[in-house]
Design a protein around this ligand. Structure first.
Ligand code: SAM
Length: 427
């Protein structure tokens, strides 16, 4: 058996075992931090390091990445992750390092049978997962969309595993762009698929900033109950003015603002990272500069004494010049300083607002708004992890650039926790 990090598709992968789904070779899709198989990749399975606790509800995480979503479920103290599946070895390594009761399945999910997924694993109480969203990403709305883009068909795989494992609940996470993708047909097909399996389904757009996170990350969440239990969507605890990707759609959850409003103002960027030492381009720090300044920092530090991943990208002199001129959007730069880019490229974050959505490139100033508000550098991996609500003790493995993608692609653990708690309330 190989551990995930040792397994690298080399182009000589064996054919899929008989009886498996017939895999079409898929293109490698460049950019946006996304890699997919060029052909069927060899499957690998990692050992579980600790037996699951039978009194906790088992979770199966598909497209698990590092398990940000899983982490949120486990943070309730009522769920335990028993298995996860992901294409990429570095994601699975991090997932397994943080979820000792889970078996990790590496490889293309289209080659993974339900029998293999369930072998040695209790029947899941809930199947969670967020297939790659870049095919219909909201950050680059509806560019280059092809219906046969291999990334857009992985929702069917989620359905296939739900059908085979028959969990009490399903939770499917994706980008808001899925609402309108293919004129809504993709979403209708997915919801219809879950309903055909007997699930009572509802979906909403949740904004992480409304639930106590320092980030305006919006995601479409679909929840289904096999026993038809009524699911109450969580009520926002925080308020913030934000123009949603979902427009005025009635599936968008917004905070109640009015006379009896008891929401708190949304957390800001500096609420999340203000206790981290100041750095220049290329510098790193391994000690906290001060004690936690607020409840969020205290919660995320988790009594950690050593500071990790607080290392700034070493920017070139040309980039440092751009950074010094950077403001809230690309138009703040002197004319001609950069020749191309979206309006949010080469832009500084606001100190006293929640951050915009963290992407897989947040250590590169040319990417979506990721320059520190006062320091002349892009965010560090630790700052990105804070904005995504990963505890400082979460063990990320891999190279720095893999870790940045692991962070940017994740479901924020605290958002996962809010959804998990709503399921517990419905039980
Ligand atoms: C949006 S990320 C999931 C993040 C995860 N839910 C978390 O909270 O950390 C999507 C994941 O799907 C994985 N993936 C992409 N194509 C896949 C495939 N064909 N089979 C299995 N996993 C795949 C990617 O490697 C990536 O880690």
């Amino acid at each position: 058996m190989k551990f995930a990090s040792e397994w690298v598709p080399d182009g000589n992968e064996p054919d899929l075992a008989e009886g498996r789904v017939d895999l079409q070779p898929v293109r490698t899709v460049a950019g946006e931090g996304y890699v997919t198989a060029t052909k069927a990749v060899r499957e690998c399975t990692t050992d579980r390091r600790r037996d699951p606790n039978p009194s906790l509800r088992p979770v199966l995480d598909l497209f698990c990445g590092v398990g940000g979503f899983s982490n949120g479920f486990e943070a309730t103290g009522e769920f335990e992750v028993v298995a996860g599946a992901d294409l990429l070895g570095d994601r699975l390594d991090t997932f397994c390092a943080n979820h000792p009761t889970a078996i990790g399945h590496g490889g293309d999910i289209r080659g993974l049978s339900a029998d293999a997924l369930l072998s040695g694993t209790p029947q899941p109480f809930v199947v969670i997962g967020g297939p790659p969203c870049q095919g219909f990403s909201s950050i680059r709305p509806f560019r280059n969309i092809e219906w046969n883009d291999p990334r857009n068909n992985l929702g069917e795989e989620f359905c296939r595993v739900v059908a085979a494992t028959n969990p009490e609940w399903l939770v499917f996470e994706n980008v808001v762009g899925l609402l309108k993708h293919d004129r809504g047909r993709a979403l209708t097909a997915l919801v219809g698929g879950f309903e055909a399996l007997g699930y009572r389904v509802s979906y909403r757009v949740l904004n992480a900033a409304y639930y106590g996170l320092p980030q305006r990350r919006e995601r479409l969440i679909i929840v289904g109950s096999r026993k038809g239990k009524p699911f109450e969507w969580p009520t926002p605890s925080h308020r913030h003015n934000h123009r949603s990707m979902a427009g005025n759609s009635n599936v968008l959850i917004t905070p109640q603002v009015g006379l009896f409003d008891d929401t708190a103002p949304a957390l800001t960027l500096m609420d999340a990272i203000g206790d981290l030492p100041q750095l220049s381009s290329g510098q790193r720090a391994e000690h906290y500069a001060c004690v936690p300044q607020n409840r969020y920092q205290e919660l995320l530090r988790f009594n950690s004494e050593t500071l990790t991943m607080h290392n700034a990208t070493a920017h070139s002199p040309e980039m440092l010049n751009i950074i010094r001129h950077a403001g809230s959007n690309i138009h703040a730069l002197p004319p001609g300083m950069v020749t191309s880019g979206f309006s949010t490229c080469y832009s500084r974050l606001d100190a006293d607002e929640p951050a915009n959505t963290i992407t897989v490139n947040f250590v590169h100033p040319a990417s979506n708004r990721c320059i520190h508000p006062f320091q002349d550098r892009a965010l560090t991996p630790r700052e990105g992890a804070r904005l995504q609500s990963f505890p400082d003790v979460f063990k990320f493995t891999g190279t720095r650039s893999q870790i940045v993608k692991q962070i940017g692609n994740a479901v924020p653990p605290l958002l996962g926790k809010v959804i998990a708690e709503a399921i517990l309330d419905a039980e």
